[in-house]
Design a protein around this ligand. Structure first.
Ligand code: C2E
Ligand code: MG
Ligand code: MG
Length: 483
């Protein structure tokens, strides 16, 4: 058929004197016919109608709705053994490839990828293209254990390089699996979504595949609600800052405090920053959020200065605040309005975030430092630090992550890591803060290995501003915090 198609389109049409439009129509009709026959090859007994409008133009696969319909019928059969599984495939190439080599090449690869995927599946399976290079495969009667075998076979085949326009291209797809329950389900499409969630998780965790677990759902499902609630919460004054002191290990005096966001939701009550910060950080909302933190911190600094307390405040800043400059411009306006010198503000940026757009972030950090702000690398040791990078980041200090500190007294290896990090930071002219100091033994150990400063529940928990003032005034080495 392909040969006839080529001959017809190349020679036959002009010879018969057909107009260009008629030639195009012949091509389209033949193309559609071939596509239909091609797609028809593995039509299963799942689902009823198989009309051409239920197929994807590029891959020839069925649509998502059509697949959901098939899942619905399988589940409703109430099989004793497994009703089946859905395997989601995330090609992971379309976005980059289309940017580098163009959409035509990326589409070619989708076709070749789809073809190989279909050939790697059991005959009774059915495939839908979800979007660009993402597919969902319905595996009727296949248990989760057996589905893993299918994943392995597909992954093995799909990882062999493809040849597109004479160029070998290798891809690294990720897979997600979800089980089809053997009982009637309200929303059969949710099983496809579960499999996609698992494939996405596999990609995030750099694993070849993962199986959907119910526990991983709430966070993702909540994301949109969280964003809306944070936006409203900012308008309604539901957020505040708590402050946690950092002390100089040698003198015991407070050298500053870290501002930590606190959300008092009208219905849910206290919501941990770990629940909403990662969601907010991925969107432009991190701009207004950091503006709120900066404004509150500047107002607090001004109030403390008026009372004779000079305590630098560290604020946590996300990579997007720096690469997109959101929230940072407002920081200087706030400092100006409250007549607070920039030296009283420290920026804590997480090590992982630093690597998002390295040159841009380094440029911004350098600029902030030139304005008089101090820069700390937060959660040191948890990111992908490279010694060369650390040397290039214009930081005044590092904060060693609490996971190392908390187990330091017990785990010998962690003690070595902390000791080496302190040595490295000192040799680069940086100060070191240990986070998560929960007992006196840890504090003593930190003193012995020449750590400069400490922060943690053993010293003081994060407190609202008024309670912190009481703590500060009760400290013995008052001169360290007096203006
Ligand atoms: P972080 O910046 O590393 O802050 C330290 C976290 O450790 C805080 O958790 C603090 O309450 C907690 N902590 C302090 N001492 C101890 C201790 O001795 N033991 C234990 N187990 N924990 C201790 P929190 O307040 O829940 O904040 C979590 C993270 O959320 C922060 O980690 C920071 O990355 C982020 N975050 C908090 N507020 C903000 C903010 O205003 N902006 C941004 N961008 N991120 C924020
Ligand atoms: Mg921090
Ligand atoms: Mg930290």
């Amino acid at each position: 058929l392909l040969a006839v198609f080529t001959i017809l389109t190349t020679f036959a049409a002009p010879a018969q004197g057909l107009s260009e439009a008629a030639t195009l129509a012949v091509i389209v009709l033949l193309g559609a016919g071939i596509g239909f026959l091609f797609g028809q090859r593995k039509v299963s007994n799942v689902g009823a109608d198989d009309g051409s409008d239920s197929r994807d133009g590029l891959s020839g696969f069925v649509t998502r709705d059509f697949l959901s319909h098939g899942i619905g019928s399988l589940a409703a059969r109430g099989e004793k053994n497994s009703a089946g599984a859905v395997m989601a495939v995330d090609g992971g190439f379309y976005d980059r490839l289309s940017r580098i080599l163009g959409f035509a090449v990326a589409d070619e690869l989708v076709k070749a990828f789809a073809e190989r995927l279909r050939d790697s599946l059991p005959p009774e399976s059915r495939v839908a293209r979800l979007n660009a290079d993402q597919f969902a495969c319905l595996l009727p009667g296949v248990s989760l254990d057996n589905a893993v075998e299918t994943v392995k076979r597909c992954s093995w085949r799909l990882e062999e390089p493809f040849e597109i326009s004479g160029t070998p291209i290798a891809v690294g797809p990720h897979f997600g699996l979800a089980e089809i329950p053997a009982e009637r389900i309200e929303d059969p499409g949710s099983v496809v979504r579960y499999a996609s969630v698992a494939a996405r998780q596999a990609r995030d965790q750099r694993r070849p595949w993962t199986v959907y677990e119910v526990e991983q759902e709430p966070v993702r499902k909540d994301q949109f609600t969280i964003l809306a609630a944070v936006r409203t919460g900012l308008q309604n004054g539901e957020f505040s800052l708590h402050y946690q002191p950092k002390i100089d290990i040698k003198t015991g005096g407070v050298i500053g405090v870290e501002a930590l966001a606190r959300w008092n939701h009208p219905v849910r009550g206290f919501v941990s920053p770990l629940e909403f910060i990662p969601v907010v950080e991925e969107t432009l909302l991190i701009g207004p959020f950091t503006e709120f933190v900066a404004e509150t911190a500047a107002a607090q600094l001004s109030a403390w200065l008026a009372k004779g307390l000079r305590v630098p405040i560290a604020i946590n800043v996300s990579a997007n605040n720096l690469t997109q400059s959101f929230g940072i411009g407002r920081l200087f306006a706030s400092l100006n309005e409250h007549k607070v010198p920039p030296e009283l503000i420290e920026i804590e940026i997480t090590e992982t975030a630093v690597f998002a757009d390295f040159p841009e972030i380094v440029r911004m950090l350098r600029w902030l430092r030139d304005q008089g702000l101090s820069i700390q690398i937060d959660d040191f040791g948890t990111g992908y630090s490279s010694l060369m990078y650390i040397q290039q980041i214009p930081a005044n200090g590092i904060k060693i992550d609490q996971t190392f500190i908390r187990s330091m007294v017990r785990g010998e290896k962690n003690l070595e890591i902390v000791t080496a990090s302190i040595g490295l930071a000192h040799s680069l002219g940086m100060k070191v803060v240990a986070e998560g100091v929960e007992d006196q033994a840890t504090l003593e150990l930190l003193r012995a290995i020449h750590c400069d400063a400490a922060q943690g529940y053993h010293i003081c928990k994060p407190l609202p501003a008024d309670e912190l003032e009481v703590f500060l005034r009760g400290m013995t080495s008052r001169e360290a915090i007096r203006a």
